[in-house]
Design a protein. Structure first.
Length: 151
């Protein structure tokens, strides 16, 4: 857990960088939890893919990034979705990238649990933030990153 704690300043910076990609108007949409515009949706997709690509490239045992629909069923891709959902929650709540390290560490532990839960029938936790991350990830997998239908 101490090693995770050491990474928290980088994660705070990542949240700041994600927030910086959105315009003031787009941030208002996110903070009001309004339906996403197509442009915000495109940014979300692009950023999740960038994050997943970064995670794949840094993984010591992955020589080749999965392509096509099979990427959707990898832990790393689903982790990227859950981590991005957490970052969006922080942005929606007005986070400025200075979350307490211990709190952020606990949130990223929840991201792991939510990621595992996307492979199964749900998340067995009463934690509202973890449940929200899980629900957002399931929505994104179902509606945005859906497996293409067979011809």
């Amino acid at each position: 857990m101490d090693r995770i704690l050491a990474d928290m300043p980088q994660l705070n910076l990542g949240i700041e960088q994600i927030a910086a990609t959105y315009s003031a108007e787009e941030l208002k949409i996110l903070r009001r939890r309004e339906p996403l515009t197509p442009k915000v949706g495109e940014k979300l997709i692009h950023q999740v893919m960038l994050l997943a690509g970064e995670l794949f490239s840094k993984h010591p045992r992955i020589a080749e990034v999965p392509r096509g629909p099979e990427v959707r069923d990898t832990f790393i891709f689903r982790y990227a979705i859950c981590a991005y959902a957490l970052a969006l929650r922080a942005i929606e709540d007005g986070a400025d990238g200075r979350a307490r390290s211990q709190k952020l560490r606990n949130d990223y532990v929840d991201v792991n649990f939510a990621t595992f839960a996307t492979f199964f029938d749900g998340l067995l936790s009463a934690d509202k933030k973890a449940q929200g991350i899980y629900a957002e990830a399931k929505f994104l997998l179902r509606e945005i990153f859906a497996r293409p239908s067979a011809p």
